[in-house]
Design a protein. Structure first.
Length: 282
């Protein structure tokens, strides 16, 4: 099953954007995120294809769902090499560790220079349970690769004391407590006009667990879906976002009617509409 609104295979050359599933949970402690891409594709069929906020039909956005990308257990790029780096992309995880090989490839081949992560967790441990490439270390590895000053984390409300000490003066942080008031506007003003190619990584656990229960590490006091969608719309409108991911949907831990997957599909609609609007605004 393809993501809702995808062009058919015969029309795939007409696509401006790519969707790629990454069914990998080799670095997660509780397994199940490998089933995320399939569940999110299925959930996308349950939503209306007319985007109320933008007054756009999904099919007008012209994207193609390429199916799944294989990552091996060492997180080597695998079939990433077959992708056209010039087209805007959305990757559907998978545990958060998938962001590292994708960013590494795009950093080395596609000119991605900055990463904005929207997440409940700092993911800044040097290693977790002996794994250097764990989903709990992904932003640390990315910062070491692209430079700490090129990393922004938004929505953070959980880290160890050691992680906090390491990151607090080195990366740009807008934590969860800054968001409800003037936080979103402040973030958007600060990123406005930044021209460097940016990768936007969205961990669904940034949402409050009451609305996104199907995650490995639920963290209380999270964002509403409305604020997250407004944030995504703003970031894509103001920064030069060339690729995004949506990670950590774990269907095994979701509610019976799959609300986390539905929220994830809705977020991906917003990313695609954001790409379309930033390319067609003028
Ligand atoms: Mn997280």
């Amino acid at each position: 099953m393809k993501f809702s609104g995808s062009l058919s295979e015969k029309d795939k050359e007409k696509a401006s954007y790519d969707i790629i599933g990454v069914p990998f949970d080799g670095n997660a402690y509780k397994k199940g995120a490998r089933e995320g891409p399939k569940a999110v594709r299925r959930a996308s069929q349950r939503l209306e294809t007319f985007l109320w906020h933008e007054k756009l039909e999904l099919s007008d956005l012209r994207y193609y769902d390429h199916g799944d990308l294989k990552l091996d257990h060492k997180l080597e790029a695998g079939s990433i090499k077959e992708l056209d780096v010039a087209r805007k992309k959305v990757f559907i995880g998978g545990d958060h560790s998938i962001s590292y090989p994708i960013v590494k490839y795009l950093f080395e081949h596609g000119g991605v220079a900055k990463v904005i992560a929207v997440d409940a967790h700092a993911d800044f441990r040097d290693s977790y349970k002996g794994k250097k490439f764990s989903n709990a270390s992904v932003m640390r590895r990315i910062a070491e690769l692209i430079g700490f000053e090129s990393v922004t984390e938004i929505g953070i409300r959980s880290s160890s004391a050691d992680e906090y000490d390491l990151m607090k003066d080195k990366i740009r942080i807008y934590d969860a407590e800054m968001l409800p008031e003037k936080g979103v506007e402040c973030i958007l003003n600060e990123i406005e006009g930044e021209e460097e190619k940016t990768y936007l990584s969205i961990d669904i656990d940034v949402l409050d667990p009451s609305i996104a229960p199907g995650v490995e590490n639920p963290e209380p006091c999270g964002m509403s879906l409305e604020s997250l969608l407004a944030l995504i719309r703003g970031i894509i409108g103001k920064a030069n976002v060339v690729a995004s991911d949506l990670v950590e949907v774990n269907p095994r831990l979701d509610s019976a009617n799959g609300i986390t997957s539905i929220s994830a599909a809705r977020i991906i609609f917003e990313i695609l509409a954001g790409y379309w609007e930033s390319d067609n605004r003028y």
